[in-house]
Design a protein around this ligand. Structure first.
Ligand code: TXA
Ligand code: MG
Length: 350
């Protein structure tokens, strides 16, 4: 398949964008799949009401069929057609965070969505993305768009159209290039079908921000204990993995340098994920700064690009610094732990 590539300005009100977005929307109404930017990561969109269309997402990504998709809509009007009821807590969260990086799980209305969007569950994940191009595309196609991250299954999510092209060129009908995404990690997935909302996947909206709006919010126990069965089917899969094995290092800078030196002494090409503050401190083969420790949102923004860059640098092993499990740090550490298959080295307390 030839993949059409459109370069568009993020500012969709620019009339020069209209023909490209129209062409992309037409492909979607013809049940083809098209990648587009959101404020979190690039999504791979398809008509959420068509099994034929959404099946193409699973094929292009190599995605397991038991992993349901997030449905992207433009406003709350569209929501009423897709869900059975809107609980109070959900109402408050939507008012506070939509459009934005928050996905809410609702009881689905029967017979509206393609079966493989919800993977046999009686619930559906829905969000309104905070990105002018994504909203324009949804409105132009007049469809709810099922869209997982636009990467090959298991790889880091794409934060630029180049990442999408690297993974999916020739496998999708089109890619709308609207520049780099902003948040950099995916939306927070929160289940609102229970009295107390439960975070199934940490993401761009923090637990603290949610709690400020609805009071108590809990974390799916699987987020703290890798042996628990996660409530979100997608969370059980290996994800975000760079090609080389990755190990999380918890200790002083001096101790981190010792870990690097030991591997290099064995002839290994060592990569290090650190932050801008520390790059001049370390000596390794490939040192990639990932944002600034003083502002965790900058780390989220660059994380997937840095994980992908280690593949291009062709290192034998990747060490990564670790970050606090608070604010967006919860999402960052969730992704890093997965990228590292939960492999840690901790400095012994002296
Ligand atoms: O920021 C994002 O959320 C991006 C952009 C493109 O919107 N999308 C994204 O989709 O990350 P995906 O497919 O990579 O992740 C969707 C997650 C998976 O962990 C999936 O299992 C979970 O949401 N999910 C979807 N429907 C669900 C449901 N009904 N119940 C529980 N979890 C669900
Ligand atoms: Mg994904």
């Amino acid at each position: 398949m030839k993949t059409i590539y459109w370069t568009v300005d993020k500012n969709v009100d620019d009339v020069r964008n209209y023909p490209q977005v129209k062409e992309a929307a037409e492909l979607l109404t013809n049940n083809e799949v098209v990648a587009f930017p959101t404020e979190t990561v690039y999504g791979l969109g398809a008509n959420a009401c068509s099994n034929e269309a959404t099946a193409k997402i699973f094929v292009a990504k190599g995605r397991p069929s038991d992993n349901p998709l997030i449905v992207h809509i433009a406003d709350q009007q569209q929501l009423k057609q897709l869900v059975e009821q809107i609980p109070n807590q959900a109402e408050k969260l939507m008012t506070a965070f939509w459009p934005g990086p928050l996905t809410i799980i609702f009881k689905k209305k029967q017979g509206m969505l393609a079966d493989n969007v919800t993977a046999g569950l009686d619930t559906v994940a829905i969000r309104v993305p905070d990105h002018p191009l994504a909203l324009r595309l949804i409105r132009e196609s007049q469809l709810p768009l099922a869209a997982p991250s636009a990467n090959c299954s298991g790889k880091p999510s794409p934060t630029s159209a180049k990442h999408v092209l690297d993974d999916l060129n020739g496998k999708v009908a089109g890619i709308l290039d609207g520049g780099e995404t902003g948040v950099g990690v995916e939306s927070t997935v929160v289940d609102c079908t229970t009295d107390i909302p439960v975070i199934l996947r940490p993401g761009g909206i923090t637990k603290e921000e949610l709690e400020a709006v609805v009071g108590e919010v809990t974390l799916d126990p699987a987020l703290k204990n890798a042996n628990e069965q996660p409530k979100s089917p997608g969370m059980k899969y290996k994800h975000y993995a760079p090609n080389a094995p990755m190990i999380l290092l918890d200790g002083s800078r001096e101790w981190l340098q010792q870990q690097i030196d030991q591997e290099r002494a064995q002839g290994k090409k060592v990569g290090l994920l650190t932050t801008e503050e520390a790059t001049t401190f370390y000596k390794a083969d490939v040192i990639l700064p990932c944002g600034n420790r003083a502002d965790l949102t900058t780390i989220a923004h660059s994380l997937y690009d840095v994980l992908r860059a280690f593949n291009e640098a062709d290192v034998d092993i990747i060490f990564s610094e670790v970050f606090p499990y608070e604010g967006v740090g919860l999402a960052i550490m969730n992704r890093l732990e997965k990228a590292a298959s939960h492999q840690w080295r901790k400095q012994k307390e002296s």
